[in-house]
Design a protein around this ligand. Structure first.
Ligand code: SF4
Length: 459
């Protein structure tokens, strides 16, 4: 079902036209495919077992008398080809799934997972940031001397005082505050389509890169790979940053992430931000007793403005105990993109979004578990970020091909739970838009979400 012959033309420019005859790139690509599909321990083992496996020989187009290539040809081919060929293999599997009707394209799920680098914790050196930077620079210079075509190393944003001398691209990170010690790791980000769990976009970063930073690149990649525009994106709380909400709304995508706590005063019995009405005309907030909170403090880094009430007025207010514990006047923080944020948060609270988040747990965890149980997903086979990216592309391609052939395991069950949430959501939408309108958001600035009925009711 999969055509590997495109590899021949795709990497032709990396070979010379005289000298020894090379191993056919199609055979090498198929061997790398087998390495993951059959979960073989190493490339040496793969080549050693090749003469014993008639099915592998048939797949490669070899006869019983053909000599297997040397295992070192595989690593040389990866260095010679770079990552583009493997990306193309992955993109082709996505497009085949689209043609087979396995991809809806409008609703996607997003998650990331840490992958152990092929480096031990003993390889990690601790020093001051300047020394670590010099060690990294020395590694980079040495690599450029060996091969100028190598992609640049990953930049570690955190842990500037640690470096693994085995794989300097993989920063030391732990899986969470209570989940073991830190070790060199990469992070795999993937986007999975809602209909059948086809992987439509993949990214690999250093382990300390936040998941939210990969939303925009993955959305772009998904739309390029499938030719479909995303209407709803489902993610966990890790994706729920203000920037993510606002950027998705600006792109016309409904964020179905776990709702974040809006900025401003939190619970503990005091009035929340929802108890204050924003007056767009005068750019003030109006408190429950009708006093006006004016913009006073501007936070460039947080992109927020604090609206503050007159402290003399608050001191005499009968509702002061329910409003603030501050000795100065009550303040309310407003993000500079508050209107988009309010719309995004309202989408995240819809019943449809809650149902999508329940489905996401089953779909994403199933996708990662399938990769971990069958395709050596949780540990890097090779060192350096560009090689880890190749591993992730091959695993994603293998999973999509398994989906295409209908040979995946339990997580194949593509049907939704019995209770379809869409009807419930449709019933809730007018109420949501009315609430957003009352809260001050200009919903008419987001025509991509409005149909005529909803717009009329909200107005
Ligand atoms: S304490 Fe100040 S801000 Fe709060 S309700 Fe009273 S006057 Fe309004």
């Amino acid at each position: 079902m999969v055509d590997f012959t495109f590899a021949r033309a795709a990497v032709a420019h990396t070979y010379g036209d005289n000298g020894n005859v090379s191993v056919d790139p199609v055979v090498l690509l198929k061997l790398m495919f087998l390495l993951f599909h059959e979960n073989v321990r190493s490339e040496r083992e793969l080549v050693r077992r090749l003469p014993e496996r008639l099915d592998w020989l048939w797949f490669l187009g070899y006869s019983l008398d053909d000599e297997a290539p040397n295992h070192s040809v595989l690593s040389k081919a990866r260095a010679r080809w770079g990552g583009e060929l493997f990306e193309e293999l992955f993109v082709r599997t996505v497009q085949q799934c689209v043609e087979a009707g396995l991809v809806d394209g409008t609703k996607v799920h997003l998650d990331g997972s840490l992958v152990d680098a092929d480096a031990s914790r003993d390889s990690v050196v601790k020093a001051d940031a300047a020394t670590i930077a010099r060690i990294r620079a020395a590694y980079g210079a040495q690599e450029r001397k060996l091969d100028e075509t190598k992609p640049p190393s990953a930049r570690c944003e955190t842990n500037l005082k640690l470096v693994s001398t085995t794989d300097p691209d993989a920063p030391c990170v732990s899986k969470g505050p209570s989940s073991g010690t830190a070790r060199p790791r990469y992070k795999h980000h993937r986007m999975v389509d809602d209909r059948c769990g086809v992987i439509t976009a993949v990214a690999t970063t250093a382990g300390d890169v936040s998941e939210a930073s990969q939303v925009a690149p993955l959305v772009t990649q998904h739309e390029a790979n499938t030719g479909e525009e995303i209407a709803a994106l489902v993610g966990d709380r890790g994706y729920g940053t203000v920037e993510t909400y606002c950027d998705l709304i600006a792109r016309g995508v409904r964020p179905h992430m776990s709702p974040m706590q809006p900025a401003g005063h939190k619970s503990d019995g005091l009035f929340t931000k929802d108890d204050f009405r924003y007056d767009e005309t005068d750019d003030v907030y109006v408190c429950p007793v009708g006093q006006r909170l004016k913009p006073r403090r501007f936070h460039e880094r947080r992109q927020m403005t604090d609206y503050v009430a007159d402290k003399k007025v608050c001191a005499q207010c009968p509702l002061r105990a329910e409003c603030t514990k501050s000795k100065t006047g009550r303040s309310v923080a407003r993000h500079w993109r508050e209107e988009e944020l309010e719309v995004g948060l309202a989408f995240a609270r819809l019943p449809e979004a809650q149902a999508d988040r329940r489905r996401r747990r089953h779909l994403m965890e199933g996708s990662f578990a399938h990769a971990a149980n069958h395709y050596h997903f949780k540990r890097a086979r090779w060192r350096r970020l560009w090689r880890q990216q190749i591993q992730d592309w091959i695993i994603a391609a293998v999973q999509n091909i398994a989906r295409l052939c209908g040979t995946t395991g339990a997580e194949v069950t593509a049907t939704r739970p019995n209770r379809p949430p869409q009807d419930v959501a449709a019933a809730q939408r007018p109420r949501f838009f009315a609430r957003i309108g009352a809260n001050g958001a200009r919903i008419d600035r987001f025509p991509q979400f409005l149909d005529s009925t909803v717009a009329a009711r909200a107005a």
